[in-house]
Design a binder for this molecule. Structure first.
Ligand code: AMP
Length: 510
């Protein structure tokens, strides 16, 4: 029997997880949404996709384990609004004793939950429920519950940047609510995001013909203009118009009455080379001497997309068409240099040139793709300059296929300078020649401490130079970070493990 909306949600979420059919999942979620009161809808959507609307709650494994009571309530009584308010209190706990305070709040909450609710709420609080796949299913469920086409709801969510608000609006007001989520001047939308590729060759393989552009390491801006009114927004949608008057002037000079432009603002040296990202960001600081900073460190806008021009919404047009419009309005000096090609050699020359000029890498974009706000999809791929770290081999796994009989997949660790221990960052079997495989198998076996299944653990002694493209946050690895596209460049027999790169150095690269 269902007697509280929280319990209803928890049981539905369990059913959805146990169901493999997409349509069934959608039906279960749509039915749940219809049973909720309007104010519960945004809370519920957040809970279902594992992102409470407060965002991260700052609760860790340890405090959850401490807070979880030995007994559970037998009758469900918690409401969604109550849990929502308690999450806000959790997040507001600050200061010296905030850890203990969080634990107390959490313990009080859990003590009132049934066993199922306790499991759900603890998982939710530490961010374990988060499953990206459910976003799409839930969007369709909202559409089904509201009796609207999924595509229309999806687009509204993209423009609102939040499923919860759109869900509440369409479930209470129906189709007319959608009008609120049209692209509008002076209401910035989430910028389109990029996935990554290890190199330009793979980006071309994925995209076929691609629009290649310099990837500038500056600040993302979205500029809205209507006649003389101009506003500049950051990636997090803050209004920074006053901080960068030279961008306002550049946009004011463009031959259009209405515009929404997407681009990157960056501080350049007199010779045109980019200043480091931190320097550009000084122009967006809290307290600013705008005129003084402008004089010593002017910034330049480089636009790479056009979302609206003179009354016309361009989001659904293919990139090439948006770029043609952009080129007609924005002079080359304020556009990101680009090359459209399918030729690997031409593409590599473009990359080399961008890097030689001091830029971070390139973006490779699918010419046919519409503008997908807020989404990290494969229509835009970033290719950054590879970097390297000297890491320590902590363990290795026996290989298969061509690598059978060799220790190949290496567990890599960075040094924790506080403890002298090594913290695992990830694994890789890429980049090894047969000679390296043979050598490392012998050397690692000589350092074996113990085994666990196909994993051979070793004394942390061997240092290896690892190339990678990016450091990413990770919930999988103990240091909270991992390397994207890691591959072995070679062993560093000259370097002792005590001189390997530190976890702090790695975290600074996030
Ligand atoms: P990342 O922040 O590493 O995920 O890379 C995406 C960011 O690169 C975007 O948010 C922009 O701020 C920036 N960027 C620089 N150049 C370009 C470009 N030509 N096209 C799109 N984004 C770019």
């Amino acid at each position: 029997m269902v007697s509280s909306p929280l319990n209803d949600l928890v049981l539905t979420s369990k059913l959805v997880a146990d169901t493999s059919g997409r349509l069934e999942k959608i039906a279960l979620l749509a039915a749940l949404l219809k049973r909720l009161a309007p104010n519960e809808i945004p809370i519920a959507t957040g809970f279902l996709i594992g992102w409470p609307r407060q965002g991260k709650l700052g609760v860790g494994w340890a405090s959850v384990a401490e807070a979880r009571p030995a007994v559970a309530a037998t009758t469900p009584e918690l409401t969604l609004a109550e849990v929502d308010a308690i999450f806000t209190a959790l997040q507001n706990a600050r200061g010296k004793r905030s850890g203990a305070e969080r634990q107390r709040i959490l313990a009080e909450l859990l003590a009132r939950g049934t066993a199922d609710e306790q499991s759900f709420l603890t998982a939710l609080a530490i961010g374990e429920v988060r499953q990206g796949a459910l976003d799409g299913v839930l969007t369709e469920a909202v559409a089904k519950a509201a009796g609207l086409p999924a595509a229309k709801v999806r687009r509204a969510v993209m423009l609102a940047g939040d499923l919860g608000t759109v869900a509440e609006a369409v479930l209470t007001e129906g189709e007319p609510a959608l009008a609120r989520y049209a692209l509008q001047l002076f209401r910035p939308i989430q910028p389109m995001l990029a996935d990554s590729a290890p190199n330009v060759g793979e980006a071309l393989a994925a995209l076929g013909t691609a629009v290649l552009e310099w990837k500038l390491d500056g600040a993302r801006v979205q500029v809205h203009r209507q006649d003389d009114r101009i506003a500049i927004y950051t990636r997090s949608l803050n209004d920074v118009t006053a901080a960068v008057p030279e961008v306002v002037e550049a946009v004011r000079a463009l031959p259009a009455r209405e515009l929404i432009l997407d681009g990157e603002v960056i501080a350049l040296m007199p010779d045109g080379r980019p200043l480091p990202f931190q320097e550009t960001m000084r122009r967006f600081g809290r307290r600013l001497d705008v005129d003084g900073l402008r004089a010593t460190m002017p910034v330049t806008p480089f636009f790479f997309d056009l979302l609206r021009a003179d009354g016309e919404d361009l989001l659904d047009q293919p990139l090439v068409d948006r770029l043609a419009r952009l080129d007609a309005i924005v002079p080359a000096a304020f556009r990101v240099p680009r090359l459209t090609t399918s030729d690997a050699a031409d593409a590599q020359r473009f990359v080399d040139d961008a890097l030689a000029r001091g830029h971070e890498g390139i973006m490779a974009k699918l010419p046919a793709a519409p503008y997908a706000a807020g989404r990290r999809g494969s229509a835009w791929l970033k290719v950054k300059t590879p970097r390297t770290l000297d890491l320590v081999v902590l363990a290795a796994e026996w290989g298969s296929g061509r690598r059978k009989g060799w220790l190949s997949n290496l567990h890599l660790g960075a040094r924790d300078s506080a403890t002298g221990e090594f913290i695992m960052l990830g694994k890789t079997f890429k980049g090894m020649t047969d000679e390296v495989l043979a050598w490392q198998t012998k050397e690692l076996l000589a350092r074996q401490t113990h085994r666990d299944g196909h994993i051979v653990f070793v004394r942390a002694e061997l240092v290896v130079e690892v190339a990678f493209n990016e450091v990413q946050r990770s919930t999988q690895y103990p240091g909270g970070v991992t390397l994207r596209f890691a591959r072995i460049k070679g062993y560093r027999p000259d370097k002792p493990a005590a001189e390997a790169d530190t976890i702090d150095a790695v975290r600074r690269l996030v």
